[in-house]
Write a protein that binds this ligand. Structure first.
Ligand code: SF4
Ligand code: SF4
Length: 202
């Protein structure tokens, strides 16, 4: 954990996600309900603590933010009404923004590949998605092969792409890109004003 406590990260997370991590009082209900908390180095309540004290290094070095499935169980359980899943989303966006995505982070690249696949084909093309992911993480090449073969034999995987409405998907992606860019520009502007900041109050 960082030696110096800072509110800068909480302010940044709040500006981007609208969530105030400083409301967290470490009851750990989020961690107890989280389906992936047992598979990572940190759990949701610890990530929230990192945000509170401004330990960006610990938050971004953790595998947890990339294992989080966005299931929102934590959000539902939080007695403080914090959308913890949105905080995890924001941390992933910060990691990308700062160029600090861990190369070996599980599934870190898959989100980007997923997005590109939708843009390219108008629908998700799983075979291409998995192939590109394996190229990025060659050490994991054999991890999914038995399961993939089984699914292929049962006709659950189509080796060819199914083309969707590519034009519509590109328009949607462009609109999403624009909204995100506007949101981040506003967040930066808010953070630059004296009134911007996480604060301790709800
Ligand atoms: S459930 Fe809410 S208040 Fe409790 S530790 Fe998690 S984020 Fe903090
Ligand atoms: S959204 Fe993420 S952090 Fe929350 S319970 Fe689901 S996996 Fe855990």
């Amino acid at each position: 954990m960082a030696a110096t406590v800072s509110s800068a990260l909480a302010a940044r997370v709040r500006a981007g996600s609208g969530e105030n991590a400083c409301k967290c009082y470490q009851c750990k209900k989020c961690s107890v309900g989280c389906p992936v908390a047992g598979f990572a180095d940190l759990h949701p309540a610890q990530i929230m603590r990192c945000v509170q004290i401004g330990d960006l290094d610990a938050a971004l070095q953790s595998k947890f933010i990339w294992l989080c499935t966005g299931c929102e169980t934590c959000t539902t359980r939080c007695p403080q009404g914090i959308d913890i899943a949105a905080v995890m989303d924001e941390l992933r966006m910060i990691a990308r923004e700062d160029g600090r995505v861990r190369a070996e982070a599980p599934f870190a690249a898959i989100l980007e590949l997923n997005y590109r696949s939708f843009r390219r084909w108008g629908r998700l093309y799983e075979v291409e998605l998995l192939a590109l992911d394996k190229l990025k993480r060659p050490k994991t090449f054999m991890d999914d092969v038995p399961m993939g073969l089984k699914m292929f034999m049962k006709g659950k995987i189509n080796p060819l792409p199914t083309i969707g409405d590519r034009g519509q998907m590109k328009r949607m992606a462009a609109a999403a890109d624009r909204i995100v860019a506007e949101k981040r520009a506003q967040a930066k502007a808010d953070a630059a004003t004296p009134a911007g900041g996480a604060g301790g109050a709800p």
